[in-house]
Write a protein that binds this ligand. Structure first.
Ligand code: HEC
Ligand code: HEC
Length: 252
């Protein structure tokens, strides 16, 4: 079972309470939302921040991911993924069910424009050898397993690349491990070609663990803003990423 559908029991009480609140406030919000008025969006997304923390900056328990400041295209793709069943989290997917593509884009843009400070990174909780393996995979990849360097797409600063590639620096360890395991086991999907699924499938559980540990202890560089263009053109195609950011066919 995925972590996304079964958070460990210590989260359950607050989860149920938040979900109930969230469903209530989103349905009220939607009922009152027509016509869409730009300046009330912060109010209407209170249903989201009930789980995702104030203004979407992530809840303290580390289970609900930060959404504030992530690239708009990435957030929009995820809202479509949850609504249309390519990612699974029923409590949230149900909220998104009645919402149109355009409304989800408006929500995505709202959260992407928020500039909020990032918390200090986690303290290292793994042996140095594990962290070193994590850093090696992130910065250099592993040719013997055909794992590309993560920086090749997520940027040398690991803050992601607008519009569709998210940052990785400072993401909670459990979240990263759950997402990579989800892709590996077919629970999480992105639009085809699903490059992250291909990459995750080449990673052993130890590789996933090492990467998740190392990323979680990286400070987010000032502001954490995604780069506007990749450091180098992408050599592997990813669905949802503009074709203009890809290397020409022959160079891949
Ligand atoms: C009941 C709690 C809950 C509510 C309400 C909720 N979410 Fe989520 N959301 C989650 C959880 C948990 C995840 C991570 C699921 C996983 O592990 O894949 C998530 C994931 C996401 C992601 C993907 C983040 C990433 O970095 O990939 C986005 C975007 C998102 N939520 C936006 C929203 C928006 C917008 C709303 C309001 C319309 C909302 N959520 C309401 C719990 C919730
Ligand atoms: C070929 C480009 C590419 C490479 C190389 C790549 N990624 Fe990604 N990654 C993406 C794209 C595109 C997404 C957004 C997928 C989506 O829309 O769901 C993504 C999303 C992710 C996410 C989800 C973040 C979130 O907030 O939910 C994680 C975690 C991740 N990548 C980790 C890695 C790691 C670790 C590596 C290196 C081993 C790596 N990626 C290498 C393109 C890449």
């Amino acid at each position: 079972m995925s972590k996304s559908s079964t958070p460990s029991s210590r989260w359950l009480p607050s989860l149920a309470a938040r979900a109930a609140l969230a469903v209530l406030s989103l349905s009220t919000a939607i009922a009152e939302a027509a016509p869409i008025v730009e300046d009330s969006i912060a109010q209407r997304v209170q249903a989201c921040t009930g789980c995702h923390g104030a203004e979407g900056r992530a809840a303290a328990d580390g289970y609900y991911p930060r959404i504030a400041g992530k690239p708009a295209g990435y957030l929009h793709n995820q809202l479509l993924n949850f609504r249309d069943g390519r990612r699974q989290y029923p409590l949230m997917s149900e909220l998104l069910q009645p919402l149109s593509d355009d409304y989800l884009l408006e929500i995505a843009r709202h959260f992407s424009t928020l500039e909020l400070p990032y918390p200090a990174p986690a303290r290292p909780a793994a042996p140095q050898a594990v962290l070193a393996r994590g850093e090696q995979l992130v910065r250099k990849g592993d040719d013997s397993k055909k794992i590309p360097a993560c920086t090749g797409c997520h940027g040398d600063r690991l803050t992601g690349v607008a519009p569709a590639i998210p940052g990785l620096a400072g993401l909670p360890r459990d979240y990263v491990a759950a997402q990579l395991s989800g892709w590996k086991s077919g629970i999480r999907h992105a639009d085809a070609p699903d490059c992250m699924a291909q990459i995750a499938q080449r990673m052993a559980p130890d590789d996933i663990n090492a990467v998740a540990h190392w990323l979680s202890v990286q400070a987010v560089p000032a502001g954490g803003k995604p780069a506007l263009a990749p450091d180098r053109p992408l050599t592997i195609r990813c669905g949802g990423v503009p074709a203009t950011q890809m290397a020409p066919e022959g160079a891949r």
